[in-house]
Design a protein around this ligand. Sequence first.
Ligand SMILES: C[S@@+](CC[C@H](N)C(=O)[O-])C[C@H]1O[C@@H](n2cnc3c(N)ncnc32)[C@H](O)[C@@H]1O
Length: 259
Amino acid sequence: MLSYQHAYHAGNLADLHKHALLAAALDYLTGKQKPLSYLETHAGRGLYHLRGAEARKTGEAEAGILRAEAESWLPAGHPLLRALAAVRAAHGPDAYPGSPLVAAHFLRPGDSAHLAELHPAEHTALTRNAPFATIHHQDGFAMAQAVCPPQPRRGMLLIDPSFEVKADYAALPRFVGQIARKWNVGVIALWYPVLTDARHRPMIGALQDAHPEALLSEVAFPPARAGHSMTGSGMFVLNPPWGLAEEAARLGAIFRDRA
Ligand SMILES: C[S@@+](CC[C@H](N)C(=O)[O-])C[C@H]1O[C@@H](n2cnc3c(N)ncnc32)[C@H](O)[C@@H]1O
């Protein structure tokens, strides 16, 4: 049973962190002429509306991207702001890009995209919102195992589970290791929630033991509601592209000073 729906959380501070790093990575990767592959295991619906009922119910976008824009957290011309402006121009002022549409802003005609989404309604919406990609209505981990190494071999995989299945925490280090062996040149990015009960720590410890050279970017922020257990956002990135460590450091300072 899939109960998580990203529409309630789109544009929150975790999305800001994840999407800023994703946009910066793809901006660099697509700055070179060679074609690339972009893969996502857990794509969501691709496009959200920040004044829709779901977003208004939680207020997370208001405390996230909308506050960050009002207070100019990101410098003008930041790759995420460019993707956001393009999505608003196409879909209206309340629109917010999920990771597939952040990626779409940077992908070029010769690039290849594979997106997996298991939830039937999210999958239907993703098919409508991401016509540039091959959409897989299947388990994202199985999709990545089947597609990797992709053609073209240059590229990036985003793993963004909802962590509804607690076993994901234990399974992810092995999954990342398998994909890294199959696709040793791929940029492999795993998003995870920073939780008060530190449930994510053993997973991150195992990943760092296996891949000590990887980039780890963690930011902290106040919980969305009193008692909410997510107090930060993390990205673990294998083979980070040039400049991503510096972008992670800049984001770390922004969240430290403002969140
Ligand atoms: C955190 S959301 C994705 C958000 C999206 N990556 C973004 O940043 O805009 C996770 C999504 O994974 C989907 N999902 C859950 N388990 C899945 C699985 N095993 N395979 C593929 N999709 C899954 C959920 O339906 C949900 O839409």
